[in-house]
Design a protein around this ligand. Structure first.
Ligand code: SAM
Length: 291
C-alpha cells in the first residue's frame, strides 16, 4: 500500500522528485506527522455528505485525508509551482478540486453560489500560512456564508488569543472578534518537529464552531468594533483611560463613562481583559446613547 503523503519518507521523496524547496515567504511548512493530521480531521467531524474547503494544500498531506472523509474538497493554493505536484500526489482521488488562487482574493460567498453549495454543511480545514492567519480567519468568520466550523492550525500564541477567556492576559480584540461569532477551543498543541521545514514556534489546532447568529446580535457592528479596538489600543492603560483616549479626555466624558460603567457592572478601574463579550455589547449600546 502507498505511504501517506505526510509520511516523512514520502514527503522527502516528493520534494526531491520536484526539486521543491519550501518557500518561507509563503509560510510553507509541510506537516509530516500523520497522527496530527488524523486529529485535525477528527476535530472537524467531517461527514461523507459535507464539503471541505482547504487553504494552502501544499503537497497535499491534509487534502488527501479530507478527501477520504468528505463528499468534496476544494483547495486554494497560491503557489503555482505546487499545482502540477498536487495533480500528481492527489491523482488517486476524484473528489478534489485545486484552485491556483490567493485565498485573500477569493470571494467565498461568490464561490459557494457558483458551485451551488448553499444549504450544504461546509467546513474549512487548514494548516494555515502563518503570516496571514488573522486576515484569513476574520474573512472566514465574517463572510456571509455561515461556515459551520473552522479547524485551523496556527501559531500556538495566536490560538491562545483566539480561545482566551476574560481575565486572561491573552484576551483581547482578536478574542472578541472571533468569539462573537464562534465558540473557540484548542484541540491540541503541535510541536514544531511535526513539520518539514520546522517553523520557529509551536503550533496549535484551534476549533471554531458557529454559534447561533442571534447570541450576541450586535446592533451596530461598526461601533462595536471601534469600541473593542479602542478598549485594547493601549495594553497598559485600563479601560476608562483607553475610552478617554478615544472620546477625549474631559471631566464630562469621564463622568458619563463612569455612569455607563455602573450600568454595565464594570468597575471604574477595570481593564479591558476583565470585561466579558456580553458586557462589551451592553457597553457599546449604553456608550453610544450618551457620548
Ligand atoms: N497543507 C499543507 C500541509 O499541511 O502540509 C501545507 C501547509 S503550509 C503551512 C501553508 C500553505 O499555504 C503553503 O502551501 C502555501 O503555499 C500556502 N499559501 C500561502 N499563502 C497563501 C494564500 N494567500 N492563499 C492560498 N494559499 C497560500
Amino acid at each position: 500500500s502507498r505511504l501517506s503523503i505526510s509520511d516523512p519518507i514520502r514527503t522527502n521523496d516528493i520534494m526531491r522528485k520536484y526539486k521543491l524547496r519550501a518557500k518561507k515567504s509563503l509560510g510553507q511548512n509541510f506537516l509530516t506527522n500523520e497522527k496530527v493530521l488524523d486529529d485535525i480531521v477528527d476535530a472537524s467531524g467531517l461527514q461523507s455528505d459535507e464539503i471541505a474547503i482547504e487553504i494552502g494544500p501544499g503537497i497535499g498531506a491534509l487534502t488527501e485525508k479530507l478527501a477520504q472523509v468528505a463528499e468534496q474538497v476544494y483547495a486554494f493554493e497560491i503557489d503555482e509551482t505546487l499545482i502540477p505536484i498536487l495533480e500528481d500526489t492527489l491523482s488517486y482521488y476524484d473528489n478534489i478540486e485545486v484552485f491556483n488562487e490567493d485565498i485573500l482574493k477569493v470571494d467565498l460567498d461568490e464561490f459557494v453560489k457558483e458551485h451551488s453549495l448553499e444549504g450544504k454543511t461546509i467546513k474549512v480545514v487548514a494548516n494555515l500560512p502563518y503570516y496571514i492567519t488573522t486576515p484569513i480567519m476574520l474573512n472566514l468568520i465574517n463572510s456571509d456564508y455561515p461556515f459551520q466550523s473552522l479547524v485551523l492550525m496556527m501559531q500556538k500564541e495566536v490560538a491562545e488569543r483566539v480561545t482566551a477567556d476574560p481575565g486572561h492576559r491573552e484576551y483581547g480584540s482578536l478574542t472578541i472578534a472571533v468569539q462573537t461569532k464562534m465558540t473557540a477551543r484548542i484541540d491540541r498543541i503541535v510541536s514544531a518537529k511535526s513539520f518539514i521545514p520546522r517553523p520557529k514556534v509551536d503550533s496549535a489546532v484551534a476549533v471554531l464552531d458557529r454559534i447561533p447568529s442571534d447570541k450576541y446580535d450586535i446592533e451596530d457592528p461598526e461601533y462595536f468594533h471601534k469600541l473593542i479596538r479602542s478598549s485594547f489600543a493601549h495594553k497598559r492603560k485600563n479601560l476608562m483611560n483607553n475610552l478617554l483616549n478615544w472620546q477625549g479626555r474631559t471631566d464630562e466624558n469621564r463622568s458619563k463613562i463612569k455612569i455607563v460603567f455602573d450600568k454595565c457592572n464594570i468597575a471604574e478601574n477595570a481593564r479591558g481583559e476583565q470585561v466579558s463579550i456580553e458586557q462589551f455589547k451592553q457597553l457599546s449600546v449604553e456608550l453610544k446613547k450618551v457620548m
